[in-house]
Design a protein around this ligand. Structure first.
Ligand code: SAH
Length: 221
């Protein structure tokens, strides 16, 4: 019988792919030990369809249905580091739950994660996945995250995982004193990643480089 090979990965090839990805993340400038540990712990293959599991440890965004994607792992690690900056934040809002992968990485690092998603089936699937993986410190909301999530505000950190045309004012309003917002700003597919820090009544904004995200859209579907 002629073997045509298989796209299925053995546990060894998965761990080799995970090790390669870990090195890529370190080379991209992620040095925070807690962030690296969280990335090592969360199994990204559990956040994609079976047909894509063999690609879960490539440094790529992958489709998750509903015209959305699971974010690129290097970008997830980089944004998480920019948000936490070596501190354990108590309350963090994520806008754009998607697959729940970034949510799980945050749940490893912060007290409580509040995550909102505008596409109901994505929110429900992410909730099921995180519950199966044993996360108990995540609250899921089906809501338009451009408005933040007022009932649980203020947040020490807000992470937006879709590209906004401009920074939604509600997100700045829902940051606590000294709180940080990490958000891609610009047209679909090419945004500048911004770090916005609330200092009393003023805000300080910093550019962290170029990223590519699906757009942040208003309303729920
Ligand atoms: N963090 C996710 C990224 C998913 S892509 C992951 O790693 O899987 C971005 C997500 O943002 C999509 O699921 C999209 O539906 C969601 N989104 C876009 N606009 C939104 C909005 N206004 N409020 C909440 N979620 C939004």
């Amino acid at each position: 019988m002629i073997s045509r090979g298989s796209t299925r990965q053995t546990p060894n090839s998965i761990s080799a792919a995970r090790a390669r990805l870990f090195e890529e993340i370190r080379k991209a400038g992620v040095s925070d030990a807690a962030v690296l540990a969280a990335i090592t712990k969360v199994p990204r293959d559990q956040f994609v369809d079976d047909a894509l599991k063999n690609r879960a440890y490539e440094n790529n965004a992958l489709p998750i249905g509903h015209a959305q994607t699971i974010s690129q792992p290097v970008v997830v690690a980089f944004m998480t580091q920019a948000l936490t900056q070596g501190r354990k934040l108590e309350r963090v809002l994520e806008v754009g739950t998607g697959s729940g992968y970034q949510t799980a990485v945050l749940a490893e690092l912060v007290g409580t994660v509040f995550t909102v998603e505008r596409i109901k089936p994505l929110s429900e699937l992410a909730r099921t996945r995180l519950s199966a993986l044993g996360y108990r410190n995540v609250h899921f909301g089906y809501a338009d995250g451009m408005k933040g999530w007022l009932p649980y505000a203020p947040y020490q950190g807000i992470l937006v995982t879709a590209g906004a045309e401009s920074v939604p004012p509600a997100l700045i309003e829902q940051l606590g004193p000294g709180g940080r917002l990490v958000i891609p700003v610009g047209p679909p597919g090419r945004q500048s990643l911004k770090l916005v820090e609330r200092r009393g009544s003023s805000v300080r904004e910093q550019d962290l480089g170029w990223v590519s995200f699906v757009p942040l859209l208003a309303g729920k579907v």
